[in-house]
Ligand binder design. Structure first.
Ligand SMILES: Nc1ncnc2c1ncn2[C@@H]1O[C@H](COP(=O)(O)OP(=O)(O)OP(=O)(O)O)[C@@H](O)[C@H]1O
Length: 642
């Protein structure tokens, strides 16, 4: 085992390897590629037309861009950085490109927040396109954080380095804890651990055990002792979920991050929005406007002018500068005022490097979904911490890594996992889950948690009706449903399996009763591990007329990949496993942690559809097949086909 300095240097090397691999993969898709090739790769929309434009919070331009060839699949997603270009000869120079961040992509319309003061003329003139950009900023922040940790020799960061990496023992002291009766015994013990920890505490929360619930309670208790704390998570969605809950509980929260990456209902918690709602905002706007007017007047004077005009021009430009400086001071004051009133700063791990929090330190830094963050990213907020509290589950989604070699060489091991192993007294596992009936929970508990999970009493009543089984595995072996590869994305899909899944869901809804489901507001999740299958589901439900009854459920229906469901739950879940081939190849279905997430989202009914002949080559699926057979949940598709 290398010492912690060597270990950190290896982490830095692996991070660079990952950065390089990510960039190479991107360049391969992007550079020296024609527009049509980029479109085929799903990293360019062309042509698009400007449909709508408006000014959002923080005076930022937001545009809706519509594309024409809706069939092309793509990888654009909310939060990604893009560059908008014109293909007209006069405007095609790379310098004229404008950059922005995607707010959302809905079918053929992409909403983008732009980094420009004014919209360029060419944006209205057609022949425009959108390219995906490579986000290097996150890698830069991670590299810088790791370097700071390596360099730290004294001070709190140096101490935390030694403790979190196991060179020194974490300290615990008896502290007073408020007993929160809403919480169960293991959740209360976790709260006590958090309060007693002087350096680090970990809440290990298997699915549905109330990890987020307990973390929120710990955050609120810490606010009775401290004025401000920092709360982070690896993904924007997870941060928004925490902000929403904190806001509901009346905690003054400031969501740090680009507004385009924040969900609409959380926007009012961003700095941009809070500035716009501040009492002094009107004065700020007036000052900015006056500065602009003076500047325009001053610039009106042409080159050949006399002494008087020159003086007048200088006076106007001086006035413009004075107003601008005053506006800057006022903006600083408004920001300061907002920061003073804030109890919780909330951002992603990388967002903790945001300049709005420059130089700030926090008595406690809370990190949710910590098992999904790369070690380097997790150190970014820890640089600001006196004490660290992490919540997560290393048996659920791992961090996304592009370089197979770097992952294998150790990049996949998160700081969360390291602390669980190296500070054995610093973690508490929650063991009572409130989401799933015992039968749905059983396999996950057996395979991932050494039978350590229990189902709370409320889950005895988690069913659609007493006759409807809560778990079903439907075996498509021998049905002839075969997987295919989507040419543009190389992602896998299985159209016939998708059709069957939707038909089966329709029959379930009919059986249980449309009115019953609608009145109970039971929601439905359709999960596919592959993006191409998610696209097939969307096409079948929303672009064809094959499943009109399901379309009528669109408000209650979510179709997404497994990652999109992390941290969430639905009353009914249908999983389409897609893979069906004679070689027994299951690709990234072998990522069992990801599958653990999929199998633990359902509250009342879980239907898993897959080909046992292909899947059983893998021990995980073999064990799952044994489990469903032993519990009478196995069905062959032949029993169900008319
Ligand atoms: N002590 C409790 N009593 C009753 N219900 C609870 C309790 N703790 C949590 N729950 C409920 O259990 C469900 C799961 O809670 P939560 O989302 O906090 O779990 P989680 O561990 O974060 O889940 P995941 O690992 O899937 O993200 C929620 O509906 C929550 O309201």
């Amino acid at each position: 085992m290398p010492n912690i300095h060597e270990e950190l240097k290896i982490s830095l090397k692996l991070l660079k390897q990952e950065w390089d691999e990510d960039l190479q993969q991107f360049k391969k898709k992007f550079l020296y590629t024609s527009i049509s090739d980029k479109k085929n790769e799903g990293i360019c929309w062309y042509p698009v037309q400007l449909k709508k434009s408006r000014v959002g919070y923080g005076e930022r331009w937001i545009v809706d861009l519509e594309r024409f060839d809706s069939k092309q699949s793509h990888v654009f997603q909310s939060g990604k950085s893009v560059s908008i270009f014109s293909n007209q000869e006069m405007h095609s120079s790379p310098d004229l490109r404008i950059n922005g961040v995607i707010n959302q992509v809905k079918k053929d319309i992409m909403t983008v927040t732009l980094q420009v003061e004014e919209l360029p003329e060419w944006l209205h003139k057609g022949k425009i396109g959108i390219d995906l950009l490579f986000d290097e900023a996150s890698y830069r922040e991670m590299e810088s954080a790791l370097k700071s940790v390596i360099k730290a020799e004294k001070g709190r960061l140096a101490e935390l380095k030694e403790i979190l990496l196991g060179d020194k023992s974490a300290v615990f002291e008896e502290e007073e804890v408020l007993i929160e009766n809403q919480l169960n015994t293991s959740q209360q013990e976790a709260l006590k651990l958090v309060a007693n920890a002087q350096d680090v505490a970990i809440i290990h929360g298997p699915p549905g055990t109330g990890k987020t619930t307990t973390l929120l309670e710990a955050i609120q208790q810490s606010l009775q002792q401290y004025k401000q704390v920092l709360v982070c998570a690896p993904s924007n969605a997870a941060v928004d979920l925490l902000v929403e809950k904190l806001y509901e509980n009346g905690v003054h929260t400031l969501r740090i991050g680009h507004p385009a990456r924040v969900e609409d209902h959380i926007l009012s918690q961003t700095l941009d929005a809070k500035i716009s709602l501040h009492d002094s905002y009107k004065d700020l706007k007036k000052l900015k406007k006056t500065a602009e007017e003076y500047r325009k007047l001053g610039q009106k004077y042409k080159r050949n002018f006399g002494h008087e005009e020159r003086m007048q021009r200088r006076r106007l430009l001086d006035d413009a500068t004075r107003c601008k400086v005053e506006a800057e001071h006022l903006e600083e004051y408004i920001t300061y005022d907002i920061v003073q009133q804030t109890q919780v700063f909330a951002c992603t791990l990388v967002g903790a490097a945001n300049s709005a929090m420059k130089g700030m330190k926090f008595p406690v830094v809370f990190i949710d979904e910590a098992a999904q963050g790369l070690e380097a990213a997790t150190w970014i907020p820890i640089q600001k911490a006196q004490k660290v509290v992490m919540a997560g589950d290393h048996c659920q989604l791992p961090p996304t890594i592009k370089s197979y070699e770097a992952a294998k060489a150790g990049l996949r091991e998160t700081l969360f996992e390291k602390v669980i192993k190296r500070q054995v007294y610093a973690s508490k596992m929650l063991d009572l889950q409130y989401r799933m009936p015992e039968l749905i929970m059983g396999f996950s508990s057996e395979y991932f948690y050494h039978h350590g999970l229990k189902a709370a009493e409320n889950t005895n009543f988690h069913y659609l009706n007493p006759e409807e089984p809560v778990l079903e595995f439907i075996d498509t072996a021998g049905s002839g449903y075969v997987e295919q590869t989507e040419e543009e994305s190389l992602s896998t899909f299985n159209l016939e399996e998708a059709r069957f899944a939707l038909k089966y869901l329709e029959s379930l809804i009919k059986r249980v009763g449309v009115a019953v489901i609608k009145n109970s507001q039971w929601n439905i999740g359709l999960i596919a591990p592959y993006r191409a299958q998610v696209r097939r589901f969307n096409e079948l439900v929303f672009d064809s007329y094959e499943f009109p009854n399901l379309r009528a459920f669109s408000e209650l229906l979510t179709i997404d990949s497994i990652d999109g469901f992390q941290g969430q739950e639905r009353d009914i879940i249908v999983i389409s496993l897609v893979r069906s081939n004679t070689q027994g190849e299951i690709g990234f279905l072998s990522d069992t942690r990801r599958m653990n997430v999929a199998l633990t989202r359902a509250k009342r009914k879980l239907i898993v559809i897959g080909d046992s002949a292909t899947l059983s080559a893998h021990p995980f699926y073999n064990a799952f097949l044994d489990y469903v057979e032993a519990n009478g949940c196995y069905k062959s598709i032949y029993e169900l086909l008319e």
